[in-house]
Every structure is written in C-alpha cells, then in structure tokens.
Design a protein around this ligand. Structure first.
Ligand SMILES: *Cc1c(COP(=O)(O)O)cnc(C)c1O
Length: 367
C-alpha cells in the first residue's frame, strides 16, 4: 500500500467495524472498576485513554515503531532524557538544536550530574561520542535548517554503545523516518506540521524497543505529562490530510527558497532542497521532501521588522508547520547563533504564487 494511503487510514477503525470511522474524544478521569483493578482494561485517566490508544496506533504506523503521546513536544523531550540518562552519563546535544532543549539540558541534566557535550549539527561527532550514552540529533535543525546523516551517525553511535534519538519535528514522520535509518528513538513536537492547524500542543516519542516504550509510559504516568483527549482527537482528525498538506507546503517552500536565493538583497537562504545547501545530498537521501521551513537573512533588525510589517498575507507569529503561512524574526527570542535580521518562514497551504507575491512586495517596499 502507498504510504499516503496508510497515513490516511492510520489509527482509524478498520473497514467493516461498525460506528464512526474515528470515535469522538473520550472524556473521563475515571471508569467504573469494582474489585481488582487488574481485571479492568480502563481504570484511571492518567494511566490510559482510548482516544490516545487510537492516536498512538497511528503514530506507531507512521514511525514504524511503538509510540507514546505526550502533552507537548517538550514533555516528550523531557521523558526521553528522563528514561535514558542518569548521573555520570554523557549526552551529546546539537549546539544549534531547539533552544528550549539546550536550556532543559543545562537547567536540569547538568545539575544532576549528566555531562552535556555540544556539537553543531554539521559538526564532527566522532570525538564527542566517546563514552556517550545518548546522541541527540535534530535534522533539519530549527531554525538554521542544517542537516546531518542519521544513518551514518546511528551506525557510528551503535558501534560506541550510544543510543540515538532524533528530534523529527521539522521534517515529521511523513518526510523522514529515523527508526528506519537506525535511530533508537524518535521524538517530535506534534504542535507543528504533523497536526498542522495551529490549534493545539502535543508531542510523542516512538521506538522499537519494548523496554524503552514501557519506561516512557511509566514516566508519563508518574510525571502526569498526559495529553488531553480533545487535543488528541483534533490531531487525529488532522492526520489524513498530512500527505496533502505537506506535499503542497514542501513544493511551495522549494519555490520560495529558489525565489529568495535569486534575490540580491536577501543573504543566507537556508533550505535543504536548494542544491547549494551544504548537506543537500544527505537531505535528498533521507528525506522524502525538504520541509515547510525556509530561513533567510535580512541582515539587520530594522529591515527584518519592516519586512515582516509589510507582509499582507503571511502572519507574524512564532511556531511553524501550520496551514496558514507565518514568519518571525527569530533573534527576538535570543538563544540562537543567528543574526538580528534572521527570518524563519513557515510556508502554509496557500497558493505558492500568493505567498511569493506577498514576500516579493514586502521585500521591494523595504529594500
Ligand atoms: C517546537 C519544538 C519543540 C518543542 O515542542 P512544543 O510542542 O512546543 O513543546 C521541540 N523541538 C523542536 C525542533 C521544535 O521546533
């Protein structure tokens, strides 16, 4: 079966089973459970929920493993750190990964005795891997869209006894399947392109390792990082359009990147789909398309702010992957090694010519 068809049906009730294709959200904190709790499939809302079960079946099908859903991407990241790292362990983390993950490592893991080694996504991981327990990758990285070779690094790490976890948020399981490429764990914020409607926060972790899955479920139960059934149901309702949304968004992002790269007044266009991207060949090998994010540099804060203000269709907002295009001056948050004029642009589902026309008029007016 074509992967797009699998995604459209993932986690939905099998053909022939009576009832709705996708059951509505089940809201319950508790269930009627007389006697021995072990005799009941459903007991308490922090332990399990049928709406999660269907969503996790879908995520597992997409990732090629078993999945556990969390309340947000960061809850999924924290759970992955929590079940894999202890005092004395070494974590190799991209120096250019999502800034909140670096802050979490510095504020939680380092004080409890985990050594954190920072290596850029395009850097040389060999020395840093010596004695490491966990190699964390983020490819394409947010917001610089650097790319690393998941398969190559997974082989390297396995030979040194390290686990590999890939933050797959920017690509999603539709564009890239890290477990197939040898990673032990894949982590994602489903707040972004996977669900794509800018209306919820969710995250997940997937793995083929039964012990890790059990540990992640226990972590979620004990830490209470559980997703709400309404969010999960909305996410699942958005999933069948993932192939449609992302094929449109990625095709438009390629066009926007090519348009920007040809403008003399725009520097540093980052997009893995551009042949000039330093890791274009790797991206081509491991990704189905090159993603919905395009980053570029307008050099200064005043020009970047004027550009964003001059847009008439594209919204000024943080986050990405939604059906409505949005852009922001990323340096306003701090924490990333980028210039003050760096723009992170999330390409939505509008017609590409309208997105490009809006960018063009905003660039022309603020040159
Ligand atoms: C947004 C993001 C996260 C965190 O996800 P939330 O759903 O906001 O908690 C983690 N990693 C990357 C790469 C992200 O872009």
């Amino acid at each position: 079966m074509h992967r797009d068809t699998l995604i459209v049906h993932a986690g939905y009730r099998p053909r022939g089973e009576p009832g709705p294709f996708l059951a509505g959200p089940q809201f319950s904190s508790t269930y009627t459970t007389p006697g021995d709790p072990a005799e009941h499939a459903l007991t308490y809302g922090r332990f399990h929920n049928p709406t999660w079960t269907a969503w996790e079946a879908a995520l597992g099908a997409l990732e090629g493993g078993h999945a556990v859903a969390f309340a947000s991407g960061m809850a999924a990241v924290a759970a992955t750190f929590g079940v894999t790292l202890k005092r004395g362990d070494v974590l190799v983390l991209p120096s250019d990964c999502y800034y909140a993950i670096r802050r979490l490592a510095a504020s939680w893991l380092e004080p409890i005795g985990v050594e954190v080694r920072l290596v850029p996504t395009h850097g040389d991981h060999a020395a840093a891997l010596e004695g490491a327990r966990l190699l964390w990758l983020e490819t394409p990285s947010n917001p610089l869209l650097d790319v690393c070779d998941i398969q190559g690094l997974a082989e390297h790490a396995r030979a040194r006894g390290a686990l590999v976890a890939v933050d797959n948020t920017t690509a999603t399981a539709y564009l890239q399947q890290p477990l197939e490429l040898g990673a032990a764990l894949v982590v994602a914020s489903d707040t972004k392109a996977l669900t794509g409607h800018s209306d919820l926060l969710l995250g997940h972790v997937a793995t083929r390792d039964e012990a890790l899955i059990a540990a992640l479920r226990t972590w979620r139960t004990h830490h209470g990082a559980i997703p709400g059934p309404m969010e999960v149901w909305l996410a699942h309702r958005s999933l069948p359009t993932l192939p449609l949304r992302l094929s449109r968004q990625c095709a438009s992002a390629e066009r926007l990147a090519a348009f920007l790269a040809a403008r003399p007044d725009v520097a540093g266009v980052h997009y893995p789909g551009l042949p000039s991207h330093p890791a274009h060949a790797t991206a081509r090998r491991q990704m189905r398309a090159f993603g919905t994010l395009v980053s570029f540099d307008l050099a200064t804060r005043p020009r970047a702010e004027a550009f964003l203000g001059a847009l008439s269709l594209v919204r000024e907002a943080t986050s990405f992957g939604g059906v409505l295009s949005m852009a922001e001056r990323r340096a306003r948050w701090g924490g990333d090694a980028i210039s003050d004029g760096f723009i992170r642009f999330s390409v939505g589902c509008e017609a590409a010519e309208d997105i490009i026309a809006d960018v063009e008029q905003a660039l022309d007016r603020t040159r």
